[in-house]
Design a protein around this ligand. Structure first.
Ligand SMILES: [Zn+2]
Length: 421
């Protein structure tokens, strides 16, 4: 399938490899959606994060075992997202191993009502769409910050609840390796970053990765506090790391480069906040803020700020709704027409459903075509295949992996509903 060339090239960031970070420290990248890190102590090793499947965890452990046969003494979870916490049973190798996490550890997926994540419920459906779960590997070429092609066996199966809870920042001895555990909220409030002062290596969880930050996940998520995330990036820069080992994508080496990726990502978040707030202050409609937001130079051309994962427009909307709620200040929007009412009125304006269909078929603007298709489908007119084709066309030019996966996933579903498989 055709895909945006920059998104294809982003695959370099998640090519399978065990990478040495510093003496006695490694990252496993490309084996799963997320990375696993290992720190070697005197007689044991510590694992940081555990991936989303037991199969990926087994594959990584087999690679780590080529480096050392020391037993695993501790597992640290940087945060509670499922793609980081679901392989602990594998890494604990049948023993009772301390699992370290923040006292705030609470996933926006783990603690929800299980009925909400049943396969036919919206949160699971949207999660499947975002990650392209169920698509073929050639359709799902990328997760944005993870490989499209990864094991699915044992998804979510290896979670062990944390049993060594960190209430305050402080030092921890990892069998002879001194590390500092620091609370640093970002993608989640419960982020715990691991700083190794001696080697100036920072394990930062998902507070940074090589893509525009996922300030809003389209699977559905509560507000991720933009200011707190930006403050955490400042804190990370102030540590002056020389190696940045992130929860996704390859490590960054060199004090100058690490400082640049961290501070420019912070500046990009601050830009979204300022641009959105300025627009709202001036009464610019939210749709227009989303349609016009871009990063200024020099941020715009930084390879790690491209929208492979997060997206500026979604972030602007998330900031607006996260800080002011859904209402945009325009009294027109205090009430709303039903989808069917609006569709009927649109069809009447066009001189009937047939004309509406013609307008959709002839539209050269894919977004407009999708909007017309939705009116038509609401009226029971057969626009499903046109909508599917249009989403597939959009997916070919989409740099954002989660949007691309969603277009293709929803198009497949529509095709199936029409008996076209
Ligand atoms: Zn992650």
């Amino acid at each position: 399938m055709t895909a945006h060339p920059a998104l294809v090239a982003q695959g370099e960031q998640t090519k399978k490899e065990i990478i040495a970070l510093a003496p006695g420290m490694w990252m496993a990248v490309g084996y799963a959606a997320s990375n696993v890190h290992m720190i070697e102590g005197k007689n044991s090793v510590t694992i940081i994060d555990t991936t989303e499947t037991t199969q990926a965890a087994e594959n990584i452990l087999a690679e780590f075992r080529k480096l050392t046969d020391k037993p695993i003494g501790k597992i640290i979870l940087t945060h509670s997202h499922r793609d980081h916490i679901s392989g602990a049973t594998v890494f604990s190798e049948g023993k009772s191993v301390p699992i370290v996490a923040s006292h705030l550890f609470q996933s926006d997926l783990v603690d929800v009502d299980e009925t909400l994540i049943a396969p036919n419920k919206m949160l699971m459906r949207r999660t499947f769409m975002q990650f392209g779960i169920g698509l073929r590997d050639d359709q799902r070429i990328s997760l944005g910050v993870g490989p499209g092609d990864r094991p699915m066996k044992g998804m979510g199966a290896g979670f062990i609840a944390p049993n060594e809870i960190i209430y305050e920042d402080g030092m921890m001895d990892l069998d002879g390796v001194e590390v500092q555990l620091i609370h640093a909220p970002g993608e989640t409030d419960d982020h715990l970053i691991v700083w190794v002062p001696k080697h100036k290596v920072l394990f930062c969880g998902d507070n940074w990765y090589h893509a525009f930050p996922n300030l809003y996940a389209i699977r559905g998520t509560a507000y991720r506090d933009f200011q707190k995330w930006a403050d955490s990036l400042t804190l990370m820069a102030e540590l002056k790391p020389e190696v940045l080992s992130a929860g996704h994508t390859r490590p960054v080496f060199g004090a100058e480069q690490v400082n640049e990726v961290i501070t420019t990502t912070r500046d990009a978040i601050l830009h979204v906040m300022r641009y959105t707030a300025d627009g709202m202050d001036k009464g610019v409609p939210m749709d227009d803020i989303c349609a016009t937001i871009t990063l200024p130079e020099p941020l715009a051309s930084k390879p790690w700020l491209q929208e492979f994962y997060g997206k500026l427009a979604w972030s602007a909307r998330a900031f607006a709704t996260g800080t002011l709620g859904w209402y945009d200040g325009n009294p027109t929007n205090l009430a709303c027409l039903s989808v069917r009412d609006r569709a009927e009125k649109m069809a009447a304006l066009c001189g009937g459903v047939d004309n509406l269909m013609k307008a959709a078929e002839q539209s050269e603007d894919a977004q407009w075509c999708l909007e017309l298709c939705d009116h038509l489908i609401a009226l029971g007119a057969p626009a499903e295949m046109l909508k599917a084709q249009t989403m597939e066309k959009l997916s070919e030019h989409e740099i954002n992996a989660t949007a691309r996966n969603s277009y293709i996933w929803a198009a497949e579903e529509l095709r199936k509903s029409q008996g076209d498989t």
